[in-house]
Design a protein around this ligand. Structure first.
Ligand code: HSE
Length: 453
């Protein structure tokens, strides 16, 4: 008998245990929730063929019930009370896509306490409460999945904790915020002002409810902390991350970086050093020829350096409704396959079993080492010699020192690329520059990331 490729993989009636659909309770039906509902409905046969059973949304909690009704149609129960979804005895898995760290924590912990698996795209929640939530889930033998929380469409959590499981990971670095990458690309390519570019990102649904999380680097730090936990087997340590966004970034520095052969990107970096782990988000100069420099618009790109695999790179949409839904549903399919498995044999929450998770020290800012870009406004072009002398006196090794090709009416600018140096040494040199009589304004310093070691 001929069977089409999809239905031939669907569970057969002789296997009743496999046939009961996975019952999903959804908390929140905004951009991500609506996308998840839409993709689940559109691809239901394909998804069931992969999951081995159907996946059905049975109840949704929403703030605006009339709007939610318009999205889910008939046959799905609606409630204004998320706790009702979290504790519903007829729900197998709770999808939390409402966001936030307050009530969302309570809903997720309640769902776990009621023996439900949880799928969430809420990076803030896991960055802040991850250790507590993962411990509760382990104690109750349920899974918490969060592929949609990090670089949405890119299966980077799966890559780190499964695909690269053989490797000692040296670093993970990337562009993990779609909104800021969109803004930086618009500023550079179209000369848009920061505010106009942000408004476009918000209109396209890329930005967080509070866009300060995007532009101040907090959202990228949430994701980088989750990446570090999966890469190094450490707890999620968002509170220790160094976080700097793009609000203070000047268009002049984007142009000067171009002159030197670099692009400015908001990078999340988690790097293992002998003394501890660097965990930081900053606007940084990346060589214009580097693969990460080609990641534009709302796209994300992540590189991982691993001892056996070498450098691998992951690229895809970093924000968006169905783009995030893709990851949420991938987690649901994994949950659908968990029935009958022993909790101890499942993929651990951050890829390392709880007893093997180690507290690694997160390095303070002063102990982080990297090359730097400095922009030094000076009184006259001849002051370039004084800047070179001052940096030599401070023993800050310099790789490149040139004058900016800036507009004639602006003050001359000396541009410097240093060799790799401790932040504490760079700070001392900055202080010396700032107090020098040849310096005509604030000195700007940005990290340079070549990601070649
Ligand atoms: N606001 C986030 C971003 C959404 O722009 O990357 C996806 O996490």
């Amino acid at each position: 008998m001929y069977r089409d490729p999809v239905s031939s993989f669907l569970p057969q009636p002789s296997h009743p245990a496999a046939i009961r659909p996975l019952r999903v309770g959804m908390i929140g039906i905004g951009t991500v929730g609506a996308g998840t509902f839409r993709v689940l409905a559109r691809n239901q046969d394909l998804i069931a063929a992969r999951a081995g059973r159907g996946i059905e949304v049975t109840v949704v909690a929403a703030r605006n019930l009339a709007r939610a009704q318009g999205i889910v149609g008939e046959g799905v129960a609606l409630t204004a009370d998320p706790m009702q979804v979290a504790t519903d005895p007829d729900v197998d898995v709770v999808v939390e896509v409402a966001g936030g760290t307050g009530p969302a924590r309570d809903w997720v912990l309640a769902a776990i306490a009621h023996g439900k698996h949880v799928v969430t795209a809420n990076k803030a929640l896991l960055a802040v409460h991850g250790p507590e939530i993962f411990a509760a889930a382990s104690a109750h033998g349920v899974a918490v999945m969060y592929e949609g929380a990090v670089a949405v469409s890119i299966p980077i959590v799966k890559a780190l904790r499964e695909g690269l499981t053989a490797n000692r990971i040296e670093w993970v670095a990337g562009i993990v915020n779609g909104t800021t990458n969109f803004i930086l690309s618009k500023m550079r390519d179209e000369g848009l002002d920061f505010g106009d570019a942000l408004a476009q990102a918000q209109a396209l649904g890329y930005a967080e409810a509070d866009p300060a999380f995007d532009i101040e680097g907090v959202d990228a730090a949430h994701k980088t902390a989750l990446l570090a936990a999966n890469a190094f087997g450490m707890p999620v340590r968002f509170a220790d991350a160094q976080v700097e966004g793009i609000t203070a970034l000047q268009r002049l520095d984007v142009a000067c970086a171009e002159q030197l052969g670099f692009r400015v990107k908001l990078l999340g970096v988690a790097r293992r050093r002998e003394e501890g782990v660097e965990l930081r988000v900053q606007p940084a100069l990346v060589p214009a020829t580097h693969l990460l420099a080609q990641v534009n618009g709302s796209m994300n790109g992540i590189m991982v350096k691993a001892d056996a695999a070498g450098v691998t790179m992951y690229y895809g949409a970093g924000a968006g409704s169905e783009q995030t839904a893709s990851a949420v549903i991938a987690d649901l399919v994994d949950v659908a396959r968990l029935d009958g498995t022993h909790a101890g044999q499942r993929v651990p929450h951050t890829g390392f079993h709880a007893h093997a998770v180690r507290e690694l020290p997160v390095l303070p800012r002063a102990a982080v080492r990297s090359a730097h870009y400095l922009r030094v406004p000076v009184q006259a072009t001849t002051d370039i010699a004084a800047v070179a002398e001052l940096l030599a006196a401070q023993r800050l090794p310099v790789r490149q020192l040139v004058l900016a090709n800036g507009p004639a009416e602006a003050a001359p600018q000396v541009l410097v690329i240093t060799e790799s140096a401790l932040q504490s040494a760079v700070d001392l040199a900055l202080h010396a520059l700032q107090t020098s009589p040849v310096v005509a304004g604030p000195v700007i310093a940005l990290r340079v990331e070549t990601l070649d070691d």
